[in-house]
Design a protein around this ligand. Sequence first.
Ligand code: ADP
Ligand code: MG
Length: 688
Amino acid sequence: MNQLKKSVQYVKNVGPKRKMILEKMGIITVEDLLYSFPREYEDRRRIQDLSQVKDGEKAFVKVIVYGKVQQNITKKGQKIFRVPIRDRSAKGYALFYNTPFVKNIFRIGSEVYLYGQISRAIDQIYINHPTYIFQKDIKESETPAKIMPVYQLADGISQKERARIQENALQQFEDCLQEFLPEDILERNRLCRLPYALSNIHFPKTLQALKEARYRLIFDELFLLQLGLLLIKNYYERKGKGIAFNVPASVSPLIESLPFQLTDAQKKVLQEIQNDMESNKVMNRLVQGDVGSGKTIIALIALYKAVLNGYQGALMAPTEILAQQHFHSARQWLAPLGVRIALLSGSLSKKEKEKVLHEIQNGEIDLAIGTHALIQDAVSFKKLGLVVTDEQHRFGVRQRNLLTEKGLRPDVLVMTATPIPRTLALILYGDLDISIIDTLPPGRKKIKTRCISEKQRQQAYQFVRQQIQKGRQAYVIAPLIENSEVINAHSAIELYHELKEKIFPDIRIALLHGKMKWDEKEFVMRQFQSGEVQLLVSTTVVEVGVHVPNATVMLIENSERFGLAQLHQLRGRVGRGSKQSYCILVNNSNDPLTIQRLKTLEQVHDGFAVAEKDLELRGPGEFFGLRQHGLPEFKIANLFKHVKILKQAQKEAFYLIQEDRNLSLDKNIPLKNKIMDQFGDLFDQIGL
Ligand code: ADP
Ligand code: MG
């Protein structure tokens, strides 16, 4: 048995009680313990003179207790213990709160090292609630001046106890820490070895050692994930036995029937898709393209190809509104070519629905369009060949496996309008092949974007009115549905009433938000699409894919509350026709950085550049929709801060797979074991 999989209770100083506490923190095995890294470190290598310590900073001092511990009680009834301390440079107090035992341990004359936050009054120096080590407790071989780990704690374990436990674990299990990276990878990337890394991440000998340890562990995390994803992808590719769509019938009639020429970028991506489809490997491809880059038609062409080959297709959209829209596009382009299309929508009566389901099952329908329910519920296809899905319902490994279990192995195409830098896409979608539509169709005008303050609101409304008088339509977006007591921001409902009653009483306004019933939403969207509604007040539900070419103004309230990438997506709702379009970002923040951030959208119009900027400015976690993407959680790596290491790790993972796609070479066996251990569940599920 792998020793590291043993319960934490095998670690010295961990009894049943601490075991329970640790388990509550998710630390079950010795390995978990070794891989629960410090939250931060206290740099206690330099002993400062008490006279030199700075207010507000943390300091490490060596002092003598020169007087009796004094006890005060605050107004709130808290007990404060003041320990008089001095070194050769100054006098001061160590302060402790509600810890009567300090009276017994801080004896006059004891020498003690303290580490804590300093506060300085005019002629006093205080060190607040310091951690302490008495000189008499220090073994001869030890030095108190070192870099100390600070762990996340839980009730019942102190920092000191936790550090001791970590130390014991490292000592007891040192011999079990097997290096799993092959020599060449270690060398090429100048990585330190695993035991060194683990030892120094907990108890760094020097800052340099800490840096090396961190680098190695970050590399591991990114490398293992990337490698795991590549193995999965590999598996799907080799599993073969997918469909080879190689009936010679061509999709050109469809392409020729379009009122426009495909762009070169579209052609390139289409070619990649066709190659996948024609081969008998199972296609798992992601198509990335900015809003308006023309992904829908590419999807429809691919679906047409499947139908020409005698298969059925499924097109899944994240919302009913979008499913409806795709249905219209499909009817417009594919129906004339004889493709039989059905919309599986929530609006169907029970009877209608049963009829459609029946037709899908017996093959009378070639192309089924709907939300995600299309693939989950009672729907069974006669001969499903291609599934196209929108990013928001990213088709994960598990779902794909679900299909395979049903005896289906269709090709899968995932479309996304969220531009993600390639390195990140490889992690988020590492199990997919990636195609990018990187140019917009010709003739698109840039959306003129202005960031304005509250004061210019009336002017902005004036502008909206002018556009509507010219026969155009407008969106007004608010971050909230209804007013909130906690969040100070505009709500769609409030704005709707305000605009309808006071500002635009003569204009046809409608309201759209996520709490409305789907048929109400449908109704409103249809009215907006037909032009009956001139101004749509909405939350971000209109974000993805909505296509109303006559809409030329997008006014976004509280734009400071959105990420740049999200604003860019919203902006993409206008500028979908030939008319000049405008985006007005109303900013309710005075923060200069926020204003600067929003102003980048005045300049930057390319979705990838916006995304990069967003990452740079907002940093981790805030990047639009990451949670939706199912981003894995990392212990130590950070996809935004560690892009360089990420690239390096990706390069190595690709290289390794090329060299040894099964990880069967001797030198890669420990790595294979490691990865099976890490991704075991997933690999089991797909039977790897
Ligand atoms: P998205 O990539 O955001 O899904 P769509 O597929 O909705 O973009 O395309 C936006 C609009 O551009 C649609 O009206 C579509 O018909 C049109 N379109 C797509 N490709 C081209 C092209 N090559 N030339 C001109 N218009 C195009
Ligand atoms: Mg689209």
